[in-house]
Design a protein around this ligand. Structure first.
Ligand code: NAD
Length: 294
């Protein structure tokens, strides 16, 4: 088992660090929040008082932070100076592709090896150790990161060179955002046409309208498996985080001149939903906004 530095113990990182400790790793955990540090201690990690202390002597240094600015700052101020030359640097945060590439270049300039390894799966998957990791970096770097990621997830997939993990993540979530909106509007139209939600679910879930938003995360309460819709759209994947990912996808599309009309519309709709004060609700709650007359 290895010494692991873990920086960022929030909703996602808290569970991930706990799973590494459960697997027997010596986890040196750091967060700006004293509460998060206490939770990490209770989960078997050793809380430390600076990011530098978490990084020193670690075989793997994992970051799970809100956005690119946080990751770049933590790397520049702590990780890059403190890391052992043999350490593998793994950023699991969802950040923009350009920053992910820049961080890898900053690391390489110091003789260090970094990968971007964003995740699919929310807080429940982070706690259960069933995340999917999509990894950007060299083959060798992937091989070094994989055992640590496997201790926190059910699938670890090499996406390509540095930045490819983030590209996979935002493209996946762009599908999800557009698909959820389409699923919500289909249920609402079906209802206005006199079709029961259960009947429409039974048909669409085994027809060509089937999708993850339909069969695994149905936005209508009482239909399909238990989802945030059954809990007044609490918990799950916050609309504000979907909006964050759609914004990253739009910025990436602009940077390479890609046409993303459905993604752009999904971004506008999630901006309206989050802007109306629902950013903390599950992203499937957008069905309530679509049900209202403008
Ligand atoms: P969070 O806000 O709950 O946690 C972030 C943590 O980082 C906080 O505890 C904060 O105190 C800490 N932090 C911020 N700056 C720091 C610094 N300089 N040094 C140390 N700690 C610092 O966020 P989260 O929900 O855990 O998400 C983390 C990342 O995972 C984000 O990039 C998010 O987009 C991504 N993600 C989240 C989900 C989800 O369902 N929550 C799913 C997939 C991906």
């Amino acid at each position: 088992m290895a010494r692991v530095g873990f920086i960022g113990l929030g909703n996602m990182g808290g569970g991930m660090a706990a799973n590494l400790a459960k697997k027997g790793h010596d986890v040196r955990a750091f967060d700006l929040s004293a509460e998060a540090l206490e939770r990490a201690r209770a989960a078997g990690c050793l809380p430390v008082v600076t990011a530098t202390e978490a990084a020193e002597g670690a075989e793997a240094i994992i970051t799970m932070l809100p956005a690119g600015t946080h990751v770049e700052q933590v790397y520049a101020q702590s990780v890059l100076d403190a890391a052992l030359p043999s350490a593998i640097l793994i950023d699991c945060s969802t950040i923009d592709v350009a920053t992910a590439k820049r961080i890898a270049e900053m690391a390489a300039a110091k003789g260090l090896v970094a990968v971007d390894a964003p995740v699919s799966g929310g807080i429940a998957a982070a706690n259960a150790g069933t995340l999917t990791f999509m990894v950007g970096g060299s083959k060798d770097a992937f091989g070094r990161a994989e055992p640590f990621l496997a201790d926190m997830g059910k699938a670890v997939i090499h996406a390509g060179a540095n930045g490819a993990g983030q590209a996979a993540k935002i493209c996946n979530n762009m599908i999800l955002g557009a698909e959820m909106v389409a699923t919500c509007e289909a249920f609402l139209l079906a209802q206005k046409l006199g079709l029961e939600a259960q009947a429409f679910f039974d048909i669409a879930s085994v027809s060509s309208g089937q999708s993850w938003s339909m069969t695994s995360y149905c936005p209508v309460p009482g239909v399909g498996p238990e989802t945030p819709a059954d809990h007044d759209y609490q918990g799950g994947f916050a609309a504000a985080l979907m909006l964050k990912d759609l914004r990253l996808a739009m910025a990436a599309a602009e940077s390479v001149d890609a046409q993303v009309p459905m993604g752009a519309r999904a971004r506008e709709l999630y901006e309206a939903y989050a802007g109306a004060g629902h950013g903390g609700r599950d992203f499937s709650g957008i069905i309530n906004m679509l049900a209202e007359k403008p």
